[in-house]
Ligand binder design. Structure first.
Ligand code: MN
Length: 222
């Protein structure tokens, strides 16, 4: 009986650790994504390994600065995930270049539902931070200079803000082939269709006029 209970607990522990795992481990050297496949699986199906070429593991262009003038926050993220680099499929990793306009370029509070992010500053000075979950909501923040590294744990809300008067550049590694992105303000005030005023005014303790104004700012999801 005791062994039986132990066995059940072991099974439960294994099941829960599976549920909390990141991208599944690969079962072969590589599984280059066939991004044109119409078969839907958890990830992307593999193309025939006989057709795999060096270019499947290659991406070019992260030397180029992203345009930070296209949005109101003054930042640009160039994400190289499995859609842009097929060789990342099943490997649990991706990379991004981040550009920030001088004097306040902001990568606004956001979360990656499937990835931890480790960020290193190449140029400039960033004020960065993340907030822990309920019940403490503790902010861990730091000013980063060239060469500094900071890690944003999986799922937590985080941001980067350029406090220097020159453009800032950072590179980030993310622990998923497809990290996902939820920008807090855009998801809450810019959803399509919009979340009801009653919900947002109560949740954020704002009058409905202010909610409508915020929804107008994010309605085109900039
Ligand atoms: Mn991020």
């Amino acid at each position: 009986m005791a062994y039986c209970t132990l066995f059940l607990f072991t099974l439960l522990a294994l099941a829960s650790s599976q549920a909390f795992a990141s991208d599944p481990s690969p079962l072969q050297d590589f599984c280059v994504a066939d991004n044109s496949s119409k078969v839907f699986v958890n990830g992307v199906v593999c193309k025939d390994s006989a057709d795999v070429k060096p270019e499947d593991f290659f991406f070019s262009g992260l030397d180029k600065a992203g345009d930070t003038t296209k949005n109101l926050v003054g930042s640009n993220v160039t994400l190289v995930n499995v859609q842009r680099l097929a060789g990342l499929n099943t490997l649990g990793i991706s990379i991004a270049r981040l550009d920030y306009a001088p004097n306040g370029g902001l990568n606004p509070p956001h979360t990656h539902p499937r990835a931890t992010e480790v960020l290193t500053v190449i140029e400039g000075t960033l004020y960065v931070g993340f907030v822990t979950s309920f019940p403490n909501f503790k902010l861990f923040s730091k000013v980063l200079n060239k060469g500094d590294v900071f890690v944003f744990p999986e799922g937590l809300i985080h941001f980067q803000f350029n406090i220097g008067n020159v453009p800032a550049v950072a590179f980030a590694g993310l622990s998923s082939q497809n990290p996902g992105l939820i920008t807090v303000a855009n998801a809450v005030f810019g959803s399509n269709p919009p979340i009801s005023d009653d919900v947002l005014s109560k949740a954020f303790q704002l009058d409905k006029k202010t909610v409508d104004w915020l929804q107008a700012q994010f309605s085109n999801n900039n």
